[in-house]
Ligand binder design. Sequence first.
Ligand code: MSP
Length: 648
Amino acid sequence: MVSFAVRMKTFYATTPIYYVNDLPHIGHIYSTVVTDVITRFHRLIGDDTRFLTGTDEHGQNIEKAAAAQGMTPLELADRVVERYRELYKVFEIKNDDFIRTTEVRHRRGVEALIARIAAANDFYTAKHEGWYCSSCEAFYTEKELDADRNCPVHGIPTTWESEENVFFRLSKYAEPLLRHYQTNPTFVRPETRLAEVASFVRSGLNDLSVSRSKVKWGIPFPGHPGHVVYVWLDALANYITALGFGGEDDALYRRYWGESTGPRVHVIGKDILRFHAVYWPAFLMSAGLPLPTTVWAHGWWLRDAKKVSKSVGNIVRPDNLVADFGADALRYFLLREMAFGQDASFSDEAFLTRYNADLANDLGNTVSRVAALCRQSFGGTPNELCTDNEVMRAFGAAQEEWQAAMEDCQFNRALEAVWKLLAQINGYVVAKEPWKIRKSEGADAARLHRVLSAAAEGIRLSAVMLSPFVPSTSRKIFETFGMPGKDPDAADLAWGRLPVSRPMPDLPALFPRADAAEYFQDRKDVAMNEQAPAGSPSDDRISIDDFQKVRLRTAKIVAAERVPKSNKLVKLQVDLGGEQRQIVAGIAAQYEAEALVGRNVVVVANLKPAKLMGVESNGMVLAAAVGEAGAPVLIDVPADVPPGSKVK
Ligand code: MSP
């Protein structure tokens, strides 16, 4: 059995800081819940633990999103932060701090980091030219783009930008980084991702432009008036600025980072690995600061084989599931279903199956069965504790497996170990037939007390091991067996702490069974399914007759001008083959009005007229929504197709 004697090691874990141009969805929640599970585990085993999360509030994308909603960037950020805070309450996220990059403490820390990099002579100023993707806020080289010079991440057109920038000597750190990967094979996990990062570094690192003069919403770059700090240099620094780095009181920084010998773990999605495993350690090396010990890159939640994201339109917001099943059910599902590091698919069917099989049946029924046997036999917990039985031995093995899996972030395996123990407890009860003992020997029989105490103690310990995953359920289980409903500590992980002869309240079932058919019927119209892309089982399919009602026609754009005061809208005059009409399209951010004239496009010709910012629109121009931001890309029609042709 593993011993949990005092081990006051520090343990620091962080989530990515989330952009505030999107409301939280299941992907964001996942990173946060995982980090919460990790830190709850380390707190439970007695580590001096700190958990940081927060929001990334600067940059062009936020500036644009705020303008589109008629707000200042800070107003938008405040709104989204509020949403995160509400959700964190619902999900019982026990973070110690929440950093916002618009806070003064963050700006100070970023300035201090920049001062150290400057002192190492790792900045220089040069003209920066390249193909710029506004969604990535990053430059690309010609060879990284496709034939149409579209961004490799978002697929949207890049633009040639040229400005005087501050550069960071990233190239100087290629060798030190490779050495670091070699001597610290767990610097990036899973291992396959470390290989990916190393091969990227080996292919050659260009110096990195770390200031922007075109972007206004950011931290002013010290010594470079008119420039703001590149949003990734700004954002990555949060992991230390939140600890007080560069501030007057840097005690937390010293404890959890600067002088710490304990783990410093960044939990991130695989999409942002390069920033964390290449740029961030290079900045820290330059500044002469310690590096994180591990960057843990988890996979993506997919829906219908695509990454869950706003642009794909397959968002899973947690609200409905939480309202119907409670946050613990979703926490459990996220951790059980995804092998940490790999992608996993989200589906309502998989969620309901796990809910009924694992939570309602395996966990809920085992708890209520043993609790009912105790209550019916003794009106409370047994009057003695058995210290030699199969359950105790099964617990010893389960605890070792659980702990090893937890330390290694193999959450599904840790949960499997607990589920195995629950099955063993069930098997033990079935084999010992306590109902028969009660009948033949009476409720006072010592044997009955011993059998039920073994089962109940096994359940209590399962609840302790489950507490990082389903904290509220664990507390309810403790209450069921007459104990206070609080988060457990290391001492609670030892066999023998079930109170004896304690009254037990009769509490409602932990996870009432859900009828899947009924659930889907009830939920037909809720937002979760509203957004399901065509082709998924839960979409609203249309018949060919319905489709034929939509009149799609080719059209030639004959005039175009921006709609005043709008960043998005362009007023188009289109020729539909003899008929001219006015259509307003939301493509101003991607296309110059003048450049649209002469293009052949596809329009929906029989839409009822609508007014957009006071301008009448008679139809709709079709465009593909590309990349994270869903940027519109017009669907071009070859020049030899006459305007007004039917599209079918
Ligand atoms: N602001 C940057 C991170 C800066 S960290 C110094 C950013 N923000 S984000 O809002 O786009 O959130 C990114 C993180 O959310 C991903 O790295 C990942 O952790 C999580 N996820 C977003 N969508 C996801 C899925 N579909 N599946 C799993 N997690 C994903 O990037």
